[in-house]
Design a protein around this ligand. Structure first.
Ligand code: HEC
Length: 186
């Protein structure tokens, strides 16, 4: 034992093989390391089969979420004005006829051939004749004198009057409101 603080203490030299003059230690692996190491193996044995066969995955979560959203928006889409629900419905068409006579005939003529407003029985459609386009025409109105009917009639009555309008006898002639020189088929 030395008492001189400047003297370097002699430690027992490790006995492992030398590499570049450096002896390899052979310490005991700490418990925390072994616990962590084996723990990860045990965890993977449970987690990997669970992940692969349990059906749980982030892709699965995403699909489930899409499915839920689809269910919600299917409702919304059904309520959207893209298709006339009253097409061919006799009672609705009769109600639509009353509406036509009181609200539309004054400008479009009772037979729909046009007066102040354009003909609605010729093949020319300025704003389109899909259900969606017609619904928009009636709900929001059009700039050259077609009043918006959304606020006064509402969705149901608009579909009904359109269902009636479709039953008017059609004409192949260019009617009131068709641009000059326009002929059917052009
Ligand atoms: C005050 C007169 C007036 C009334 C009432 C009226 N319309 Fe019109 N309508 C017009 C005018 C004018 C236009 C042309 C608007 C334009 O070209 O911008 C038009 C355009 C339309 C169009 C578009 C035609 C196309 O070629 O795209 C449709 C459909 C229509 N009306 C249906 C109706 C229906 C159904 C009613 C009854 C609910 C009605 N209108 C009531 C004046 C009227």
């Amino acid at each position: 034992m030395t008492t001189d603080p400047h003297e370097i203490a002699e430690y027992p030299r490790p006995e492992g093989p030398l590499k570049d003059g450096i002896a390899e230690e052979d310490n005991k692996i700490p418990l925390w390391f072994n616990v962590t190491f084996i723990g990860t193996i045990v965890f993977s044995l449970i987690y990997i089969p669970y992940y692969i066969f349990g059906g749980w995955s982030s892709a699965g979560q995403w699909s489930a979420e899409v499915e839920r959203a689809e269910a919600v928006y299917a409702e919304v889409r059904r309520a959207m004005p893209t298709e006339n629900p009253y097409r061919g419905d006799a009672a609705a068409i009769a109600a639509g006829q009353d509406l036509w006579v009181t609200t539309c005939a004054a400008c479009h003529k009772p037979d729909g051939s046009g007066l102040v407003g354009p003909s609605l029985v010729d093949p020319y459609w300025k704003y389109g004749r899909t259900d969606e386009a017609l619904f928009e025409t009636l709900t929001e109105g059009r700039p050259l004198g077609m009043p918006p009917w959304g606020p006064t009639l509402g969705t149901e009555k608009i579909w009904k009057v359109l269902a009636y309008m479709e039953t008017l006898p059609q004409s192949d002639e260019a009617g009131v409101g068709a641009p000059e020189g326009w002929t059917p088929g052009s």
